[in-house]
Design a protein around this ligand. Sequence first.
Ligand code: ADP
Length: 547
Amino acid sequence: MAGSELIGLLARLADVGAREATAREVARALAVDRVMFFVRDPELGSLLPASGFPQTLRGGAVWRAFVRGCAGPGRCEADLDELEGSGPEPHVIAYVQADIALFLFGRSPNVDVLDTVLAALPLVGGMLRAEHAARLAEGRAAVARATGRHANDLATALDAARVDVERALAESARLNGELEERDRRKDDFLAMLGHELRNPMAAISGAIEVMRSEPDDREQLRRARAILERQADQLAHLVDDLLDVARITRGKIVLRPEPLEVGLLVQRAVDAARAAAQAKGHRLTFEVHRRVDANADRTRLEQIVTNLLTNATKYTNPPGHIRVVVDQVGNDAVISVEDDGIGIPEHLLPRIFDAFHQVDPAIDRGAGGLGVGLTVASRLARLHNGRIEVTSTLGKGSTFTLRIPAQGAPSAIAVEKPSVESVAAPTAARARILVVDDNTDSAEMMLALLESWGHEGEHVADGRAAIERAVEMRPDIVLLDIGLPGMDGFEVAARLRAEPTTKSARILALSGYGQESDRVKSRAAGCDDHLVKPVDMALLKRKLFAS
Ligand code: ADP
């Protein structure tokens, strides 16, 4: 092959796609089995195979050592048999220049052709090194691109994490705010409670002072007694409200539903509220648009309506108009209480049923109340499978609408078993009554009352004394406080039932606890009845004179 032809052939090595075929032609021209070119990596300083040449060597450690050994310019050779993983070629000769090496496999090359090829080697080297450098640069760029992509991915992940963290922080700030708000409401509530208790206490102290200093002035005594009655009533209401909230919150209130005519029940609540409304200068009107029956707990339903009426009276400047309407809408009995009072700011409407929530505690203080009335009312409505809704315009008035299912028993209403109250035996007109109470004042007051009703009474202050005295006295009735020191009322009742001389006495338990579980305990201990303190005197009288 002529020299120019050979140079042309070598120049064709530039075409990577045709490189394998070109390399085969070069090998043929050199009369060897195979040729390979190596380029020196400028950074590593070592020879690396140029890409695109046919390779049969598996590149074992001995082969790699041989290549490393051909470090400087010159010629090195080895028998391929000695080289680990060698191919079928028996021999390899490497011609190494500064940054390019020609490896010939197989037989001894044609020397003339070899001279030409070695002369052209710097040319081929320049070409292959440029290619190698480009490949390196592209590799670096690819790494950079991949790194960039990873950096992007990382940035996106970090961003997402930052959003999550910010969201978590916002949520925790919100919860914190909620807790602070609750805390504040609790503090407000305690302050309010103090206020609400101090007022009646001051009035009661005043009345007692009057009774002490003017024991003979009948008119003064009558007024003092009226004050005591009113204040005791107010305190009882306060305690009832608080206990109701607690019981409802713990799901302890059990309804006693019965079929009733809603209009008649509301009429009673309206009649009871009329005096207070009129005393404040309001007009109270009542309309029944349609007769509607419901299966409801009489006392609780009346409590809801009374609460709405009390609020309408409180939060309306006189002279106002309070309008109560009973109607049936769809399957609901609907009771609305409308006033033209001070109204409620729109943004507070959703929270008005929350416990201890008041529009403006400072202003409302004049009106009294603990901010639990609506909470109790709405939860009682829910227990009836109903609800209370409110619409209001500030300065114009409010309408509270109670809806409960009309007729038929609401399925979810819990029905209480008949209590011992309803099966209590009648009592003799003049009875011997043993009062068991460790609070001497209450006991003394009870004795005075019993005597004024025509009964004979005696008082003991603890359980053991009660049993001893009862055996001697054989009372018709035992009024038994449950919370006694040492032996409690339940045990006293059980022992009285076990004693032949006292086993047929009527035992009325008096307790600060009025939940169903307490009544069940009283019954189990042998009590005939369970009255909740403060005892409603009218109820007690009815029970004692029952016939
Ligand atoms: P209380 O009356 O003891 O404060 P409630 O739970 O009955 O508690 O009422 C909560 C608050 O709702 C009241 O403090 C008052 O601000 C507001 N409110 C209730 N009823 C009315 C009404 N008819 N008109 C205007 N505001 C009312």
